[in-house]
Ligand binder design. Structure first.
Ligand SMILES: Nc1ncnc2c1ncn2[C@@H]1O[C@H](COP(=O)(O)OP(=O)(O)O)[C@@H](O)[C@H]1O
Ligand SMILES: [Mg+2]
Length: 491
């Protein structure tokens, strides 16, 4: 029997060898199984009996090969049970298919997390047929193999022995791109924050929105997916794989069509945000891969949790170290954070007086630590909208903005094929973000007056490059640099 091990996103085919020998009745599983795999013995024994088969009253040895690779989780149950039935002559046919799934004590077959990467790996090794739980069949079929989904061990055996002919699952259709939550045209005023959002979408820059309550910060963040380019084939596969591993794939539409937009609450645990556990699962930052991560009320998140964002913001992935090895998940997302300017929310608000003490304000803003703030290229103030503007007509729709974003990304792709402007290396910044002598003076003054670090300086140039791309300009102009500096004001 062949199953597939999953370790983070790493996969390996596992051959389940079963030997039934004379001797005192025993059931041993060897080959570096973790606790959940050891418990497979109890599940398999009960499932075999309760499906109407006999569990051999002899010495049963199961080897999971290659033995040196650690095996995790409950996905080996099905292959172990089938191996025992085959070795004891109750299953008549040799099985070539990849088989995985968890067994319930009553013999029901349950889905497991990570069906997509397992089946993709098996397909790359020439396996053309897969037997899984019904709930995993859509994910398996999406990987281009003949996928058979069943509800119980008994149904699997009847199918394999040819007594009942099941039809393979059809390839699930790609879902339509969903309607977006918020269209930019619904948001009154806020020209500068909208501009910042457009730059964020075009260059993959992180964005912080600061302003009093009720001015549209949450609306703006929720409008971001409506101006991002559609997922390409490779991105769709990568993002869908992570959802599969997290157990969040939609059985009917396992391949994502919309860029992920994840908005974890500030009470979310470290585990939920970053990922981990045993077996490890990806957290919100990886579920946001190829999309955006929205941290609303960012100052309410614990600073320990915010500090863990440093690694993914820099590396675009997260490595979770654990006993027996590390698991790495990708985490390439646009970070959008929103916060009030102070605890009461009205500092700098002409309409309502702020009641906070200066040290309270200081402490509140200090929550977003320097290293994280330093990785946010764009910081926009979101002021109260004057009454007259609330009734404005003729605001630009997201579809128009998205058109500019797509064109800007085309331009940047012509320079660096795979990366957005936010990820330009220092040498690429030197190469592609050159400015004329006059603009250089403007920059030098800003660096001195604002005490910009070298990193801050490069970030300004990357944002300026995106602004120029949006204006279809080959050169970075003075106005691009001025805008980049404006959108880097302190929160
Ligand atoms: N700029 C705006 N244009 C239109 N409606 C707005 C605007 N700002 C706020 N609103 C209205 O107020 C509600 C709250 O806005 P929200 O984005 O949650 O504000 P914030 O996050 O800044 O507190 C929205 O659902 C919307 O009805
Ligand atoms: Mg809000």
């Amino acid at each position: 029997m062949t199953a597939c091990a999953l370790w983070g996103l790493e996969t390996a085919l596992v051959t389940v060898e079963v030997d039934v020998a004379n001797g005192l009745p025993a059931f041993v599983v060897v080959g570096l199984p973790d606790a959940a795999v050891q418990e497979a013995r109890e599940r398999v024994r009960a499932a075999v009996r309760n499906s109407g088969y006999e569990f051999p009253l002899r010495r049963v040895t199961v080897n999971l090969a290659p033995a040196e690779r650690r095996k995790e989780g409950t996905g080996f149950d099905l292959a172990i049970a089938l191996g025992i039935l085959r070795a004891s002559g109750q299953l008549r046919t040799d099985v070539r298919a990849l088989c995985f799934g968890e067994l319930a004590l009553d013999g029901a077959l349950r889905p497991v997390r990570g069906a997509m990467p397992r089946v993709r790996h098996a397909a790359s090794r020439g396996i053309r047929e897969v037997v899984v739980a019904i709930e995993n069949a859509g994910e398996a079929a999406a990987c281009g193999v003949a996928a058979f989904g069943f509800g119980s061990l008994r149904d699997v055996v009847e199918h394999l022995d040819g007594r009942v002919r099941a039809a393979p699952s059809s390839i699930p259709p790609r879902a339509e791109e969903p309607r977006h939550q918020v269209d930019l045209a619904e948001i009154a005023g806020q020209e500068t924050p909208k501009r910042a959002l457009e730059i964020a979408a075009a260059g993959g820059h992180n964005l912080l929105l600061v302003g009093p309550p009720g001015t549209g910060k949450t609306m703006l963040a929720r409008a971001l997916p409506s101006i991002l380019p559609p997922l390409d084939e490779e991105e769709a596969l990568a993002a869908s794989t992570i959802h599969s591993v997290a157990g969040l794939a939609d059985p009917g539409h396992p391949i994502l069509t919309a860029r992920p937009f994840r908005a974890p609450h500030h009470t979310a645990s470290h585990l939920a945000l970053v990922g981990g556990g045993s077996p490890p699962r990806p957290g919100e930052i990886s579920l946001a891969h190829c999309g955006s991560l929205f941290l609303d009320e960012v100052a309410e998140f614990s600073s320990a949790v915010l500090d863990t964002l440093r690694e993914p913001l820099e590396e675009r992935s997260i490595t979770i170290s654990r006993a027996g090895g590390a698991a790495t998940y990708p985490a390439l997302f646009i970070l959008v954070a929103a916060m009030n300017p102070c605890p009461c929310g009205h500092y700098g608000d002409p309409a309502v007086e702020c009641r906070c003490l200066p040290e309270q304000i200081e402490r509140y803003r200090g929550r977003l630590s320097g290293p994280v703030l330093d990785r946010i290229d764009l910081r926009a103030h979101v002021p109260r909208v004057p009454y007259e503007r609330l009734r404005d007509e003729g605001r630009e729709r997201s579809s128009a903005v998205r058109g500019r974003v797509l064109a800007a990304r085309e331009r940047s792709r012509a320079r660096t094929r795979t990366r957005v402007n936010a990820d330009l290396t220092v040498s690429e910044v030197r190469r592609y973000c050159g400015v004329d002598a006059e603009t250089e003076i403007l920059l030098a003054e800003a660096v001195r007056a604002r005490r910009l670090s070298a990193r801050g300086y490069h970030r300004v140039l990357r944002v300026a490059r995106t602004s120029a791309d949006l204006a279809a300009s080959d050169v970075v102009r003075a106005e691009d640099v001025a805008l980049a500096l404006l959108l880097r004001a302190d929160p």
